[in-house]
Design a protein around this ligand. Sequence first.
Ligand code: CA
Length: 222
Amino acid sequence: MRILIVEDEPGISNFLKQGLEEESYAVDIAEEGTKGLQLALSGEYDLLLLDWMLPGVSGIEICRLFRKEYKDTPVIILTAKDTVDETVFGLQSGANDYIKKPFHFEELLERIKVQLRPKSGEHSIFILGDITLNTATHQVFKSEEEISLTQKEFALLEYLMRNKGIVCRRTRIIESVWDIHFEYNTGVIDVYINALRKKLKLGEDENYIQTVRGVGYIAKEV
Ligand code: CA
């Protein structure tokens, strides 16, 4: 899952980025509105966190323009404004939620999780052979055994399992699991894939994470 933060106070955006990365999200930051709007409209994000007051284009305006193109991607507005009218204005612009500054990270995190919660018909549990991944509890099991993964390993496995049966291109994996500043040294993916295969103790007959030469990877039951 990839989140865009548009926030002109580096103290806040860096703090959020660090906290969200610890939760396995990939996070990009834009420090002013014009760049933020440009990144938002790239369509590469699963959720936007927009500060209201920004140099360039305001968070509300980014939200309004973004909504014309993307109906379903959640948007949360960060704001110091707190009168009722302004909150209504924020929601009318197409935002799904707002949070007033100053806020506790835990509260924002919960609001993000609510927005990214699987919609009815979707699942939070993914299954690949005897591997089970639960996005709600952030746990991975191989048969009965819980497997301890790093945040990036978890995010990579989640991406592959969400796309089970589909070839995942290296560039798409990087865009989803790592952030925009990640160097396109795709050899890093191989390192993580090998770590996953090892931690999941994939035997000879359990080639659940297969290499598609020159393209990327595919998760599938053998
Ligand atoms: Ca601001």
